[in-house]
Design a protein around this ligand. Sequence first.
Ligand code: 9PG
Length: 532
Amino acid sequence: MDTTIEFANTTLRVSAEELRETRDYIQLSGAHVSVHLPQPPRRYLRHGWQSWSLAAWTEAAPLPIQQPRLMHAMQADPVYAEDRSPNGSWYGAVELEDGQVLLLGALGLETHVRLNGNRLEGWSEAGPVEWMLACGEEASTFADYADLLGERFGRAEGKSAPRVWCSWYSLYTAIDEPLLNRTFDELGDLPFDVLQVDDGWQVSIGDWQANGKFPSGMSALAARIKSTGRGAGLWLAPLIAARSSKLFRGHPDWFLKDGRGHFVSAGFNWSEPLYALDTTHPAALDWLADLMKQVREWGFDYLKLDFLYAGALPGKRHVDMPREAAYRQGIKLLRESMGLDAYFLTCGAPILPTLGLCDALRIGPDVAGKWESHRDATLLCNPTTPGTRNAIRTCLHRLWLAPLVQPDPDVAYFAARGNSLTAEQKQMLQDLALICNFRATSDLPQWLTEGERDSLRAFLRDRHKPAQTARYVYKLGKRSVDFSAAVPLPEPPRGVDVPGSALIGWLGNQPWALRLLDRMDRKKLEQLKRDL
Ligand code: 9PG
């Protein structure tokens, strides 16, 4: 049906199967709904699919397609990655001339929103769903949406977030047993609750046993952490496998295929193509449950499960069901088999389908010791790769999720060594962590000066309650913190950057070029290790 309604002093033409007005918003239902706006919007709020995908207010105009395409499955929703129109997963919002925000948000999965001229359109890949249409002040509109999502999907239990030392953003894959043990000792009495071992301990992506760098095994590593009086944390990526893994070679039937019978790409990383586990396959589910039990038996009680988007990629499944519902079923099983007493952090995770099933959710791309990379940001038009500006930008636009799940903005930095962020940029990242109330770092104790160690300690102990005073401005204690500098997207390539962009974009799709980059990164890491 088509109706014209007066809502928040605005006249809207709405089309949906059903429509119901409540006090604060309009409830719509249908597989296709649309709202005709009274005037062209000033801005559009894009909401990317998973943790690393872009979420930001942008011009209400097309954006260049992010490159390289080989990474679309890993960085965006591959189904919509080539759609240049303002669009996003589950919800979209526009800013009207009078500053009011109009939000169209789905209450069901497999949904997408797009701005088509003056029309905001929502549709579902999997049949009719309910939608919320609200117009008003941004924060209260999003608070209403969060309420409804909480009723649908559930909320995290509200365990207080542990303060985490994570091995990734200093040692990357160069971790080994002696180096980690030494680091755990040198962290001394810094008030961390969890020491989390990230990528680098496993035989392969898919083969989750200790590799040769951890000769005493994973139980010994967990025990060693616990002997310092802290919880033991571990990273795994259980829904993907690298092509060379035993898991993939031994059980190709557990992996998603497309309509032509080819394995569905889950991206390319660690110099290899990645594939996606079918979370509806009974044998794959048994394997996942056993893996979670194994990790708990080793003694880990904080689990960072990463690259989870793979479970929701489009493909043919053992049980024919919508992709995000299949994913949600997989995450439910992971949660049940690890136990409710584990702290469960999801990463690289599609946002809505994860709600209610974990304790914390990464809400942005990876941070890095640099603000922005010209190659990635300008030449590749890619706002999802590791970089502090990318991380802050996307996280800021997902803080409204806080009533539903503990938001994880990734780690903050304190050491000047090996880091090109200015003092202000480091402070921004630390403040974002305080606003999220999720405190983590990867800084190596041996890199911290006396003063840096003191600021880290103060950060871990900080208890200020934040208050938002404008879209990108917060009050933290007596300080006002303005994140606006992180928000703008770089201009598309111009002049000499145009051929540069084409060349880098092409290279980014060449596995040999990515392997070469990876080899160079590993060389740098080996050097870093020698310098420790
Ligand atoms: C370990 C890391 C860390 C990190 C995670 C994840 O190419 N990509 O788009 C891409 C994005 C993120 C990423 C790796 C690759 O990092 O977010 O904290 O655990 O894996 O490998």
